[in-house]
Design a protein around this ligand. Structure first.
Ligand SMILES: NC(=O)c1ccc[n+]([C@@H]2O[C@H](COP(=O)([O-])OP(=O)(O)OC[C@H]3O[C@@H](n4cnc5c(N)ncnc54)[C@H](OP(=O)(O)O)[C@@H]3O)[C@@H](O)[C@H]2O)c1
Length: 293
């Protein structure tokens, strides 16, 4: 089965869905309909016809479920229930979801109805501006139960501008955890940093003051990896500075102090090969202690 032979329907024109519609169109693939859940949202606009989920069974033979994770199974059930009358003989239709965490089993109702199932998860965050370019060069996890479908998924991801890689269905929680730590917890950490900066400078734009530093750090991380990108007191072996940070944090911001200790131990693991043994021992001792150094 070739990618070009499918008539795609993106269900849920939200943050990811609006991007997929643009990317499928840019790739010269057919988007025959967009699935919506509210009857009042159905109709014709500038792009493909908007139809209710149950009606998408008639309009397409490749459904990309870009609905919230919690809705994927129910939407798959709605399409599957409408399939028997709608299915044409010959090749199996295709269903895709893009949950980073969710298993292929979320598409079980469609799989049981004879539909091929795939998960394509772009490792990117989508603001919802519907621009295809945001997919360019983005790694895309491809999860499938058989080789032919995995290859089909790789072809599709590649056509949309992404760089596909394989991901086993039973590794998705770990995979998603990695992405959440990299993206969401980084945001939370930067929020703490921005608050500290605003307090120090008595300015409201703590995050903006830190932005160039954060951007360069992320660029260095991509170019050199974690050990190469690490700078600062732990990389330098500057014990007095870390003691000063901890004294202030324990007094003023104990919640941040625990995050500081845990993450500094990880930083120490990265820096240790370049530090002398005594310095590593002292760092370990002050960072592992819950009391003031
Ligand atoms: N956003 C990201 O950065 C990102 C990144 C990678 C993967 N993903 C995955 O992409 C999928 C969609 O996430 P999203 O962030 O794009 O969500 P979103 O912006 O909230 O969009 C969800 C879309 O689904 C529609 N919808 C909700 N419930 C529905 C239902 N029962 N039937 C039909 N349509 C329904 C919504 O319509 P209404 O607005 O009318 O309710 C909306 O158009 C999820 O599986 C998510 O894990 C998202």
């Amino acid at each position: 089965m070739k990618i070009d032979d499918y008539r795609f329907c993106v269900i849920g024109p939200g943050r990811l869905g609006s991007t997929l519609i643009a990317a499928l169109d840019r790739a010269g693939l057919t988007v025959s309909a967009v699935g919506v859940h509210q009857e009042e949202d159905a109709g014709f606009g500038g792009g493909p016809a908007r139809v209710r989920v149950v009606d998408t069974a008639l309009e397409a033979d490749a459904w990309w479920l870009a609905v919230p994770d919690d809705d994927i199974f129910a939407v798959a059930g709605q399409i599957a229930s409408a399939l028997p009358g709608a299915r044409r003989s010959g090749r199996a239709p295709l269903a895709i979801h893009s949950s980073g965490l969710g298993s292929l089993h979320l598409l079980k109702p469609l799989h049981e109805a004879g539909v091929d199932v795939l998960c394509l998860h772009p490792l990117q965050t989508f603001p919802g501006d519907g621009k295809a370019e945001v997919l360019d060069g983005v790694p895309c996890a491809v999860t499938a139960w058989d080789e032919a479908l995995a290859t089909l998924g790789e072809d599709l991801a590649g056509r949309l501008g992404m760089r596909p890689f394989r991901l086993a269905d039973d590794r998705k929680t770990l995979y998603h955890l990695a992405a959440a730590v990299a993206c969401n917890l980084l945001v939370a950490l930067e929020s703490d940093a921005a608050n500290l900066m605003s307090e120090a400078t008595r300015r409201e734009d703590g995050a903006a003051l830190l932005a160039p530093l954060v951007k360069t750090t992320v660029d260095n991380l991509a170019a050199r990896g974690p050990a190469g990108a690490l700078t600062g007191p732990i990389a330098r072996g500057d014990v007095a500075t870390v003691r000063a940070h901890l004294r202030l944090l324990d007094r003023e911001a104990p919640r941040v102090a625990s995050a500081y200790r845990a993450l500094s131990l990880e930083a120490l693991a990265l820096a240790a090969p370049r530090l002398d043994d005594e310095c590593v021992r002292v760092f370990k001792s002050i960072l592992s202690s819950e009391t003031r150094p």
